[in-house]
Design a protein around this ligand. Structure first.
Ligand code: R5P
Length: 323
C-alpha cells in the first residue's frame, strides 16, 4: 500500500490478499489509479501486473467539496481507473468523473474504467410513471467524461442480452462465478452437492459454478414486490438430502437469499452455502441470511465486506493484459 494514499472513504479487505497468485509479466505503458471505492483492488490488480498504482490525493475541502490531485506523469499513457461504485454510489460515481476528466486533461491517451460493482444498473427501466432511468444517466456521464472502454463484473443486466447494449463504448462484463465456486470447492466439503440460483437470471452463475464443482444446477422463480420484498415461487427441486450452493450476483437486503433458503430447507436440503459476487449487505442482511439456515456466506472484494474471501484482482488483471 506504500504507493497509494488512501482517500477519505477507503474501504479495505485484508482477506482478499490470501487468495492472490504471483505477480506476472509487467504491462508496459499502463498506469493504474484507484478511486476511494477501488483503492485496495487497484493495488492488488497493479501487483498482479507487476506495476504500482499512481499516487492520488483525495480529500475534501472544508465545505465538503472533493479535492483530487494525481501525482504522476500520464501524458501519452493508457490509464486504468478502478472505482467500485458501492455503499456511497453518488460519492464514488462523482469521484470517478473527476478522476477521469483529470486523467484526460493530463494528457492520457486512453482511459479504461474498471467498475467492479456498477451501482444503478438495477434501475435500467422506468418501472413506475415518472421514475428516473438512473442507469441511462450514469452511463451517459461515464461516457461523456471520456471513458473509452469499460470493464465490470457480473453487472446487473436482467433486461438486456448483453451489458454492452446499454452503452456506446465497448463494455466487458466479466464473471466471478467460477472464482467463487473454486473457493467453495477448495474450502467447504459438500455432500452430493447441487447449485441453485434464486431466480431465472441467476442461471448463468449457477451453471458456471456447477461446472466448476462438477454437478447439476437449477433455479427458482422470483417476483420482486418492492425494494426489500421478494416472493419466490416454490418449484420442486432435486435437493432432498443434498448440500446446496446458492449462487447470485448481489446480496443487498438479503431478502432473495432468505426466501430461497426457506424453500430449499423445506424441500429437504442439508447444508446451505451461499456465494455472491457483490456483498452489498445492506442493513442486517448477513444476520438474516444466517438465521434462515445458511451456514457459510462467501462474497468477492468488488464490494469490500466481512465475507469478501475471494479477490477479483486476478480476473481484472487478466482482462487488462488482453487490452
Ligand atoms: C436481482 O435480481 C439480483 O440478482 C439479486 O437477486 C438482488 O439484487 C438481491 O437483492 P436482495 O438481497 O435485496 O434481495
Amino acid at each position: 500500500m506504500d504507493d497509494c494514499q488512501l482517500g477519505d472513504l477507503a474501504y479495505v479487505t485484508p482477506k482478499a490478499y490470501s487468495c492472490l497468485g504471483k505477480a506476472s509479466r509487467r504491462v508496459p505503458r499502463l498506469k493504474i489509479i484507484g478511486g476511494s471505492g477501488g483503492q485496495l483492488l487497484a493495488t492488488l490488480v497493479a501487483h498482479q501486473l507487476s506495476l504500482k498504482t499512481s499516487r492520488v490525493e483525495i480529500r475534501r475541502f472544508p465545505d465538503g467539496e472533493k479535492y483530487i490531485r494525481i501525482d504522476d506523469d500520464l501524458a501519452g499513457q493508457d490509464v486504468v481507473l478502478v472505482q467500485s461504485i458501492h455503499h456511497e454510489p453518488d460519492n464514488f460515481l462523482f469521484e470517478y468523473l473527476l478522476l477521469c476528466d483529470t486523467v484526460k486533461d493530463l494528457g492520457a491517451k486512453k482511459v479504461v474504467g474498471v467498475f467492479p460493482y456498477f451501482a444503478y444498473a438495477r434501475q435500467d427501466s422506468r418501472f413506475n410513471p415518472g421514475e428516473a432511468v438512473s442507469f441511462r444517466t450514469v452511463t451517459k456521464l461515464i461516457e461523456d467524461v471520456g471513458t473509452a472502454e469499460l470493464f465490470s463484473i457480473d453487472m446487473h443486466q436482467h433486461r438486456v442480452e448483453r451489458a454492452g447494449d446499454l452503452f456506446r463504448i465497448p463494455v466487458h462484463n466479466l464473471t466471478a462465478a467460477p472464482l467463487l465456486a473454486e473457493y467453495v470447492k477448495a474450502n467447504v466439503p459438500l455432500q452430493r452437492p447441487t447449485v441453485i440460483g434464486p431466480d431465472e437470471e441467476s442461471e448463468q452463475w449457477a451453471q458456471a459454478a456447477a461446472k466448476v464443482i462438477g454437478t447439476d444446477h437449477d433455479v427458482l422463480q422470483k417476483r420482486r414486490l418492492g425494494a426489500d420484498k421478494v416472493e419466490i415461487r416454490t418449484r420442486s427441486l432435486d435437493v432432498q438430502g443434498r448440500d446446496v450452493l446458492i449462487m447470485d450476483d448481489i446480496i443487498s437486503t438479503g431478502g432473495t437469499i432468505v426466501e430461497a433458503s426457506k424453500i430449499l430447507k423445506s424441500q429437504g436440503a442439508q447444508r446451505l452455502v451461499v456465494a455472491c459476487t457483490h456483498p452489498i449487505l445492506a442493513q442486517d442482511a448477513l444476520a438474516k441470511i444466517y438465521e434462515s439456515g445458511a451456514e457459510i456466506v462467501v462474497g468477492t472484494d468488488t464490494v469490500p465486506s466481512s465475507i469478501s474471501y475471494v479477490s477479483v484482482a486476478p480476473l481484472i488483471a487478466d482482462a487488462i493484459r488482453k487490452l
